[in-house]
Design a protein around this ligand. Structure first.
Ligand code: GDP
Ligand code: GDP
Length: 452
């Protein structure tokens, strides 16, 4: 599990600017779920090796009738799901009634709230932000989100207390012991059940599929109370492999909560993806790929998890329509060449059995042992087939490669000027490794290190 940081504040205080600054380091894709979440944005972020999810709750104007009602609707869920709330105010604009309204609300919640005065660049931050003490939220963190000033201190303050509750947020620093780390990681992965997250936007058939996979009698077992944020973990076995299904839809469903907003939590979905080994992304054949599907796909790609895609509701369609859907999917999913696509009917069960072959394959690929000599050999072959280009008159030289991790497989390449390799060459390398290692269902990550 990784923590969730929510950004709240009226429009124009700099939430998007801070959001972008926090998420850029990983080229995070932003899940923009129109209708469902209004203007909320979700991003995967890393700060000094610590991973977290950041939510921009959208602006609260304060002009609406009753700010409480408005907040309750729009941002409450995001705030509720957050481990830390950063409440942004504008040091240049000064204290406004809407700030007061938001502060009143936040003070009533049992949440860690950091009061952040933004835009202190070029002004006297101390005196300009002093009036915000009257909000009664304690210390004021002065930042200039646009320039990054004060952001490190803010993030350390926000994330440090969470380290204990979220040991997983710490990204392993990759150093000399990397290969050893990779080896012990592999051992851990091979001795544990496969965590399979079933994700997709509302109504694509996740619950139907989960029930189908488990068989009716097992469903009762997981009818447990949970909050919007908790997924349900269901142990099961299949073809002599142990699995844990991470069910993002089940509980809500069974408690007959019909409102999509309550049933479907993006944070829960993102957590499930981060926690899993393999993601089963369910899409609706009849609706085609939506922006929401692509956003989820973006998150899966970012997380590096293995991926199998199930195109559901494949029943009762005529051949022409099926052909058309397949063509359209091929065209739009061309950029993920590693994931297997299955056409299934969760309702009738057709195709569901075969899903697990691909899940197995994806997991096996993600945890297939790779070593220095093998990787270096493949790298040399690639280099012979296709020389790296000249950069500033010197040829980029790759020297050797070693394993940096699994699920996804991480290949670390050492050499001279390797950081300057153009993306076309990196793509070539990626494909070369994929073919040579014969892996399917998992992305491969290549990291470059200067020198030997
Ligand atoms: P949001 O509506 O809260 O998401 O606010 P935005 O991030 O869109 O920022 C609103 C405006 O404030 C934009 O014009 C930003 O360029 C500007 N802004 C954001 N951060 C800073 C800052 O640190 N200093 C200054 N001077 N302007 C900023
Ligand atoms: P969830 O919100 O993703 O959990 O979706 P549900 O499992 O609740 O399914 C949403 C609706 O789609 C329900 O009415 C299901 O009966 C229907 N549905 C699910 N799978 C299929 C399928 O394979 N074929 C058809 N025709 N309908 C399906």
């Amino acid at each position: 599990m990784i923590p969730v940081v929510a950004l709240v504040g009226r429009p124009n205080v700099g939430k998007s600017t801070l959001f972008n600054r926090l998420t850029n380091s990983r080229d995070a894709l932003v899940a923009d779920f129109p209708g469902l979440t209004r203007d909320r944005k979700y991003g995967q972020a890393t700060f000094e090796q610590r991973q977290f999810i950041v939510v921009d709750t959208g602006g609260i104007t304060g002009d609406e009738e009753g700010i409480d009602a408005h907040m309750a609707q729009q941002s409450l869920l995001a705030i509720e799901e957050a481990d830390v709330v950063m409440f942004l105010v504008d040091a240049r604009a000064g204290l406004l009634p809407a700030d007061q309204g938001i502060a009143d609300h936040l003070r009533r919640l049992d949440k860690k709230v950091l009061l952040v005065a933004n835009k202190v660049d070029g002004i006297d931050g101390d005196s300009e932000s002093a009036e915000f003490y009257s909000l009664g939220l304690g210390s004021i963190y002065q930042i200039a989100a646009a320039h990054g000033r004060g952001v490190s201190q803010l993030m350390n303050t926000a994330l440090e207390p969470l380290a204990e509750s979220f040991p997983d947020m710490q990204v392993q620093p990759r150093q000399d012991e990397e290969e050893e780390d990779a080896e012990s990681q592999l051992e851990r992965l091979q001795n544990r059940p496969i965590k399979l997250a079933i994700v997709g936007k509302p109504n694509v058939g996740k619950s139907t599929l989960t029930n189908r996979i488990l068989g009716e009698e097992r469903v009762v077992v997981y009818d447990l109370p949970g909050t919007t944020r908790d997924s349900v973990y269901i142990p099961m076995s299949r073809d002599e492999r142990e699995y844990i299904l991470i069910d993002t839809a089940g509980v809500r469903k069974r408690r007959k909560i019909t409102e999509a907003v309550e049933k479907f939590s993006i944070v829960k979905t993102l957590q499930a993806i981060e926690e899993s080994n393999v993601v089963l992304l369910v899409v609706d054949a009849r609706e085609g790929l939506s922006d929401q599907d692509l956003s989820l796909l973006g998150f899966v790609l970012n997380s590096g998890r293995s991926l199998v895609i199930a195109v559901n509701k494949w029943d009762g369609l005529n051949t022409d329509i099926k052909d058309e859907i397949k063509r359209e999917l091929d065209r739009r999913l061309g950029f993920i060449d590693f994931a297997r696509l299955h056409f299934i009917s969760a309702l009738h069960g057709s195709g569901v059995g075969n899903l697990f072959e691909s899940v197995q394959e994806a997991y096996n690929s993600a945890t297939k042992r790779i070593n220095t000599s093998m990787l270096t050999q493949i790298m040399e072959m690639a280099q012979e087939d296709h020389q790296p280009p000249l950069v500033r008159g010197r040829r980029v030289k790759m020297k050797y490669a070693h394993a940096g991790g699994y699920n996804p497989p991480v290949i670390v390449i050492h050499g001279n000027q390797v950081h300057d390799l153009p993306s076309s060459y990196k793509r070539f390398l990626m494909n070369y490794f994929r073919r040579s290692l014969d892996v399917m269902g998992t992305p491969i990550k290549i990291e470059f290190r200067e020198g030997a």
